[in-house]
Design a binder for this molecule. Structure first.
Ligand code: SF4
Length: 365
């Protein structure tokens, strides 16, 4: 593959290129239409453009820097997982979920690996490899939108819940959301985009100001500092009281309900007293809890952790219900293809590359 020049998704640079070559700005609208509405990947085939502009694009731009290393679809056909290789041979993952309701969701990665080292997460075992450029995030969405388009389906939802902590790659997160939601580009409703954080407070505060309509999910996974710090090193930088204060500020600014992710790991996060503490913590807050049965993969996670039984999850839900806190149990999709975040990439890398960085992280990069 030849060395990439710059991404066709980089609107600023494309406009500069057009201008530098004496072309009018309206030409960008034609490029935009060809790329995002008609999924034209070969610039020489954008017939609405004069030959000269097509040649400029061919010489200076690339459409897709990610290559599909592998893809697999679950036996029920609902879940497809892509393992992409970046231009510098890093592995990242994206997962399409075709819900029975007809809604199609893509889970995207924002980093190759992740520095946050949550103990239950395959990506956390990789450590941070590097931040993804905004165009690499947009490319994941483009690829999924194109795949679904060929099936006669439409991509409706994008969730930043794949590899990485999005708020540690804030600028690229921001630019990618702008492209994904722009009407003239991928035109995904801003209300159908969700960003999930493990609790990076400066990111939450900035996000509330800049993207008040985008949904926020928070990986809480434990109701108190002691329990949380056992499984999430971020807790030592941003303890629960400070996290909840920032989430209260978020709700005040956006008037939006927050989705709290709570992983159910047998004997670790599912003690019944935690259910009561969780109810107290979230009572009177605009909250919705998603219980996620732990996905152990094929022994790759190590640690011998097991998912909580359905009975105990029901007990957790009952405690929340008594406190008026709504909750759902996330339907696990794609268990047969290692669809939990990071499992494929971890397999591909063959061994744990976990770093200590997660324990000292705290600033937005
Ligand atoms: S759960 Fe999220 S924040 Fe934690 S290590 Fe995995 S990718 Fe990173």
């Amino acid at each position: 593959m030849s060395t990439p020049t710059f991404s066709i998704h980089d609107e600023v640079r494309i406009k500069e290129l057009l201008l530098a070559n004496g072309h009018k700005p309206f030409r960008y609208a034609q490029i935009e239409n060809a790329i995002y509405k008609n999924f034209i990947t070969d610039f020489s085939k954008i017939e609405t453009l004069p030959k000269e502009i097509r040649e400029i694009l061919v010489r200076n731009c690339h459409y897709q820097s990610l290559r599909v290393h592998s893809s697999s679809t679950s036996a029920d056909g609902q879940t497809t997982k892509f393992l992409f290789k970046t231009h510098d041979d890093k592995m990242i993952e994206a997962v399409i979920m075709r819900h029975l309701s007809g809604r199609n969701t893509l889970c995207v990665s924002s980093q190759a690996g992740c520095p946050m080292a949550c103990v239950f997460c395959a990506t956390g075992k990789l450590g941070l490899i590097r931040n993804l450029d905004f165009s690499e995030i947009v490319e994941q969405v483009m690829y999924a939108a194109d795949t679904l388009d060929k099936e006669g389906r439409k991509l409706r939802n994008v969730v930043y819940m794949g590899m990485g902590e999005p708020f540690l790659n804030y600028e690229n997160l921001k630019r990618s959301i702008e492209s994904v939601t722009a009407q003239k580009k991928l035109d995904i409703s801003v209300r159908r985009v969700t960003v999930s954080t493990c609790g990076i407070i400066p990111g939450i505060d900035r996000f509330a100001d800049e993207f008040p309509q985008v949904s926020l999910a928070v990986s809480l996974h434990a109701p108190n500092d002691v329990a949380r710090s056992r499984i999430m090193p971020v807790e030592t930088t941003y303890p629960i009281d400070q996290l909840m204060a920032s989430l209260d500020r978020y709700v005040e600014k956006t008037n939006k309900r927050i989705f709290y992710e709570y992983i159910m790991i047998s004997g670790i996060t599912d003690r019944i007293e935690y259910a009561r503490e969780l109810a107290v913590l979230l009572k009177d807050r605009m909250a919705h809890v998603n219980f996620i049965p732990y996905n152990p993969g094929e022994g790759i996670m190590g640690d011998g952790m097991l998912p909580t039984s359905r009975l105990i999850i029901a007990k957790f839900q009952h405690e929340l219900e008594k406190a008026g806190v709504p909750s759902t149990v996330r339907h696990t999709m794609g268990d047969d293809i290692d669809a939990a975040c990071g499992q494929l990439a971890l397999k591909e890398n063959g061994e744990s590359l976990a770093t200590e960085q997660g324990r000292s992280m705290g600033k937005i990069s």
